[in-house]
Design a protein around this ligand. Structure first.
Ligand SMILES: C=CC1=C(C)c2cc3[nH]c(cc4nc(cc5[nH]c(cc1n2)c(C)c5CCC(=O)O)C(CCC(=O)O)=C4C)c(C)c3C=C
Ligand SMILES: [Fe+2]
Length: 455
């Protein structure tokens, strides 16, 4: 059952916390709540774990007169910045490192370091009007605010109703949870219909990725009005967030598809994909504030809500592991133009040595990327889906995700070139596709997409 909405009045909202600390109002509310747990000592300025939040919500249910919504009451306890106290002085560095700020100039989960687990969920909005859509985005915002801070939105409204949160992350830390939102072309216009009065606010480059000749796209796994990328260092934390975002969308949106990915590498080194090659090396070419500005973040030529945002290109690419595993090491290395062990380009010794395209096979993947010349920020995850019952082969591959400021220049032409010539095509099939406009980051007190919906 969906929780009753708590619409904070302006005066309830907390102030912006550039330093990660909450306003005095928040701290006071936190102290009051903490007092019930700490024998009166309070925990002003310290973070609360999910477990503590659960206990506090139970305490609040017993001792504080709740409003229509227990969740609302919990949020009120922490002040109407709608967040539990964030990492601040006194908290252990380990705990602080577990949190990624949900607020900021840019959304987390784009250039922030890649976490181990990822869920990608595509939604179709079923709401009939903009107001209902806004309600969903507000609910999602509250959930993300709490869960990225390591708290749970557990209602304290008795045993006769389903709990507002499924609860499997209650004892777990924030685990660097990030939730990144993107809007698909169909949210702005579908079949010539301006469904939510947003057509005039559509970003410049948002249209479906054109189909390529070799594509075997499954429409049921593609597109959508809204895409949510959920990442965390703990799979249960990531799943919990994806699941509860779905749950909160009941009656307002329906899930079209959900993908599950993973990636792993020793700290500081480039992860390997399921072909055993280091994947993500060239991100180092733009790995700086200035580089992100040139490659990732949208600028002044976009509507205000997209500034500091980016376009997410998504391709689900099946990798034919059995074919690959029967190929010689030479064939495998020729496919990328890089060495399998070190990741170095042909003719070089170090992974990050500058690539000399002329030394790479003409149809190799990296040579074609260099020929195209564009850069994008890749954030891919591997996936596995068990065994293909028809063939007995392993169903596995890459959830290719890239962020760029202009997909018409930085993604589509390269995809076209690769689809025509890439040696990698002998071993891969593209089976799902989508392009989403991810707005710039959120300010505390603002709901996801507010500048689009109210601008
Ligand atoms: C249209 C863009 C791309 C698709 C689709 C794509 C699929 C894909 N890539 C790999 C593995 C590797 N890709 C690598 C480099 C690389 N790939 C792209 C783009 C697409 N890849 C770019 C822009 C680059 C960087 C090229 C450069 O400037 O050097 C590499 C090499 C190491 C690295 O830089 O990451 C690997 C390995 C797979 C397996 C795949 C589809 C399944
Ligand atoms: Fe690639």
């Amino acid at each position: 059952m969906k929780h009753t909405k708590h619409e904070p009045a302006d005066g309830e909202r907390g102030t912006e916390r550039a330093d990660g600390n909450h306003s005095a109002q928040d701290a006071k509310a936190g102290e009051a709540a903490g007092a019930s747990e700490t024998g009166g000592s309070g925990r002003s300025g310290k973070g609360y774990t999910r477990r503590e939040m659960l206990k506090m919500s139970a305490a609040a249910g017993g001792g504080i007169a709740l409003g229509a919504s227990g969740l609302g009451a919990i949020l009120k306890m922490f002040g109407a910045a709608e967040a539990p106290p964030a990492a601040a002085g006194g908290e252990s560095a380990a705990a602080a490192n577990e949190r990624l700020d949900f607020y900021g100039e840019h959304q987390a989960g784009i250039v922030t370091p890649q976490q181990t687990y990822m869920y990608l969920v595509g939604f179709k909005v079923t709401a009939a009007d903009r107001k209902t859509l806004i309600g969903l985005l507000r609910d999602w915002t509250r959930f993300c605010d709490l869960s990225t801070g390591g708290a749970s939105a557990v209602e304290a409204n008795g045993r006769l109703l389903p709990p507002s949160d499924s609860g499997e992350s209650v004892d777990l830390p924030a685990a660097k949870l990030s939730v990144t939102f993107g809007f698909g072309p169909s949210l702005f216009a579908q079949g010539g219909q301006d469904r939510f009065g947003l057509a005039a606010r559509a970003p410049k480059h948002l249209r479906d990725i054109p189909r390529m000749p070799k594509d075997r796209i499954d429409e049921a796994l593609s597109g959508g009005d809204i895409c949510v990328q959920v990442c965390a260092e703990d799979q249960q934390v990531a799943f919990h967030a994806a699941r509860n975002l779905i749950r909160l969308s009941a009656f307002t949106a329906s899930v079209l598809w959900m993908q599950e990915g993973f990636i792993s590498s020793p700290p500081g080194s480039t992860p390997r994909n399921l072909f055993g090659f280091k994947d993500g090396t060239a991100n180092a070419l733009h790995d700086s504030g200035a580089g992100y500005g040139d490659v990732v973040w949208c600028g002044e030529d976009e509507p205000d809500w997209m500034r500091g945002g980016s376009y997410l290109a998504y391709r689900k690419i099946r990798m034919l592991l059995e074919v690959w595993d029967r190929s010689s090491l030479k064939d495998q290395e020729d496919t990328f133009g890089r060495r399998k062990d070190s990741g170095a380009a042909y003719g070089k010794t170090g992974e990050f040595d500058t690539v000399s395209p002329g030394e790479l096979p003409a149809d190799s993947h990296v040579r074609l990327a260099k020929q195209d010349g564009a850069q994008m920020h890749r954030r891919a995850y591997s996936y596995t889906g068990g065994i293909d019952a028809r063939t007995g082969n392993v169903d596995a591959g890459l959830l290719f995700l890239s962020y760029q400021r202009d997909p018409d220049k930085q993604f589509v032409p390269m995809l076209r070139l690769m689809s025509q010539m890439d040696k990698l095509n002998e071993y891969t099939v593209h089976i799902a596709s989508g392009l989403f406009a991810c707005p710039g980051g959120w300010k505390p007190g603002e709901y996801v997409g507010q500048r689009l919906l109210e601008g």
